[in-house]
Design a protein around this ligand. Sequence first.
Ligand SMILES: [Zn+2]
Ligand SMILES: [Zn+2]
Length: 332
Amino acid sequence: MQAWVVATPGPVDDGPLRRVDRPLPEPGPGQVRLRVTCCGVCRTDLHLAEGDLAPRRPQVTPGHEVVGTVEAAGPGADRFAVGERIGVPWLGRTDGSCRFCRRGDENLCTGPAFTGWDLDGGYADACLVDERYAYRLPPPIADEQAAPLLCAGIIGYRALRCADVPAGGRLGIYGFGGSAHLTTQLALAQGTTVHVFTRGEQNKRLARTLGVDSVGEAADPSPEPLDGAILFAPAGDLVPVALRALDRGATLAVAGIWLSPIPGLDYTGELFQERRLRSVTANTRRDGEEFLRLAGRLGIRATTVAYPMAQAPAALADLAHGRFAGAAVLHN
Ligand SMILES: [Zn+2]
Ligand SMILES: [Zn+2]
């Protein structure tokens, strides 16, 4: 089979990915192999390709928003039927035994394995998954629209919960890409007021199309105090901006896995009055199940741009340079 690998981490325009031939992997105990139909392109893939995130394994195949059909099952794998459509997310495996797994916080597992970082992901013809970490996908959602739900959607759902906005409250969204545009639909469906702060005319247009309450520049002051905010842009300099926009006692959740340096904070203007700053780290399988159910019920749809699998580097470059709104999806 053909698979993309991160050959030389570095600037995306220098071609860090290479396409290689690999034997079709055989599923081990509890694993299934899926034939990849499509795979979403997440900003984390870009951080890996560019070396912002240190490689955990040389020549790993990126991609952790994988949609495909089961074509082979390893010993003891009986959760899915051959031919069934499933999705493979970022959380590829946990140890199930550390103190965080035992208390239900498997997103904080001390011995996790992530798809497309530790484990080969979906920028390929086929990939393996531990069946316990795969998802069934809501039937009405087409493959291309389902792919971005698997990371952008699930992480956004967790970030929204971490931002802790009360019912009918006011949410600020900083940065408006793949994850933000899904989270916005969820928040609006729940009656939340949504203010978006972003750069890029296409992103602003997409936010307006979804019916948000206001759209401003990334560092604009908020039109009203916020009951919670999510920082999706990987820009640490927006942390103080978003903190200043928070009402007393409100939380800023940082959704990304990587952030540029955060400037010094002014305690009185940016943290005092019990404002909170917290990160969002991966997700639990329960987050994923809950979000996918909601996405099916509320009709959450990704705005996508399709690329052939052969064009994976172009998709990553277009993401890096902000050349599209919504989410890119690679197709076999
Ligand atoms: Zn654990
Ligand atoms: Zn991701």
